[in-house]
Ligand binder design. Structure first.
Ligand SMILES: [Zn+2]
Length: 295
C-alpha cells in the first residue's frame, strides 16, 4: 500500500503512522530521517543535501525525491510505504506523482487525519510538560490533579513558549494554506480518504485501518478495474471508489470520461454524446444533444 499521510500539527498522524507501520509492515518514509541517513551514508544526494543545509538553505525537491526513490528500491519497501511530511505543496505532489509513475509505483491513497482547528488549538496550547520527569499533560484533556504540579513527581509543569496561542494559530494557518490545495489535488485524483482524528488513539486507528482495507480489497479483486473503466457503469454509492479504481486501472482519458459522466447526468445521453463525438458525423451529435434535452 502506497500512502501519503496528511494532517495538521497536533492531528496525531505521527502516532497513527507508527501504528500503521506495525500493523501493515510497511515502512514510514519521513523526509527528516531520509535526509539524515543520506547525509550519514555520504551518498551523492546526501552530499547535495548537506551542502544545502550547511548553507542554511532548504534541500531542493529533486534531492528529496531522489532520496525517496532510492528508499523505494530497498527490500523492505516492497509492500509499499507511508509518506509523512512530503509533499507539502502542489509542485512537490506533481513531482512525486511523476517519479512514482516512472518507477511504476503510483500512489494509492492520500489519507487525511482531520481534526477541527479549535480542537487542534486546545491540544497544542494546552500542553504542559514536567520540568523534572518530562511527563506530558494537557490542561483541557489530561490535566494534572493539582494545577501546575506533576502527578508523578511533584515537579513544576512548564508551558513551552512556542505553544502559545499566537504561535500555534500561525502554525496552523500555514498548514491550512499549504495543505488545502493538496487535499483538492488528491480528491481530484479520487485518492483522498478522510479519517476523523478525534476520540481515542485506537478508535482513530480503527477508522484508518478500515479505510486502508477498503482500498486494498478492490485492488485484489480481479476484473473490478475493467468494469470501472466503463464510464456509465458506476452506481451512485460506489462512484467515488470506482473512479479511484479506474484511475489506477485505466488510461487517463477513460478516467476523465468517467468523471465527466459522473458530473453530467443523465448518463445514457452522455455516453451517446461521447460516442457520437468520436464517430464524427455531426448529425449523431445533434441527435444526442436533442435526446438529452428531451429528458
Ligand atoms: Zn514529573
Amino acid at each position: 500500500m502506497r500512502i501519503v499521510l496528511l494532517g495538521a500539527p497536533g492531528s496525531g498522524k505521527g502516532t497513527q503512522a507508527k501504528l500503521l507501520v506495525e500493523k501493515y509492515k510497511i515502512p514510514q518514509f519521513s523526509t527528516g530521517d531520509l535526509l539524515r541517513a543520506a547525509v550519514a551514508a555520504g551518498t551523492e544526494l546526501g552530499k547535495k543535501a548537506k551542502a544545502a543545509m550547511d548553507a542554511g538553505q532548504l534541500v531542493a525537491d529533486d534531492v528529496v525525491l531522489g532520496m525517496i526513490q532510492e528508499r523505494l528500491a530497498t527490500p523492505d519497501a516492497k509492500g509499499g510505504f507511508i509518506l509523512d511530511g512530503f509533499p507539502r505543496n502542489i509542485p512537490q505532489a506533481q513531482a512525486l506523482d511523476a517519479m512514482l509513475a516512472r518507477v511504476g509505483q503510483p500512489l494509492q491513497l492520500a489519507l487525511l487525519v482531520d481534526v477541527d482547528i479549535e480542537v487542534l488549538m486546545k491540544r497544542l496550547t494546552g500542553r504542559r510538560t514536567c520540568g523534572t520527569c518530562g511527563a506530558i499533560y494537557n490542561v483541557y484533556y489530561t490535566p494534572s490533579k493539582v494545577p501546575g504540579k506533576c502527578d508523578k513527581c511533584g515537579g513544576t509543569l512548564q508551558h513551552r513558549s512556542d505553544d502559545n496561542e499566537t504561535t500555534v494559530r500561525n502554525r496552523l494557518k500555514v498548514y491550512e494554506e499549504q495543505t488545502a490545495p493538496l487535499v483538492s489535488y488528491y480528491k481530484a485524483q479520487g485518492k483522498l480518504r478522510t479519517a476523523r482524528g478525534v476520540g481515542s488513539i485506537s478508535d482513530i486507528f480503527k477508522a484508518i485501518s478500515d479505510i486502508i482495507e477498503a482500498q486494498m480489497r478492490p485492488l485484489a479483486a480481479v476484473g473490478v478495474g475493467m468494469s470501472a473503466a466503463k464510464p456509465a457503469a458506476p452506481a451512485k454509492a460506489s462512484s467515488a471508489k470506482t473512479v479511484a479504481a479506474a484511475a489506477k486501472a485505466a488510461p487517463k482519458k477513460a478516467v476523465k470520461k468517467a468523471v465527466k459522466a459522473k458530473k453530467a447526468a443523465p448518463k445514457k445521453a452522455v455516453k451517446k454524446a461521447v460516442k457520437a463525438k468520436k464517430a464524427a458525423p455531426k448529425k449523431a451529435v445533434k441527435k444526442a444533444v436533442k435526446a438529452k434535452k428531451k429528458k
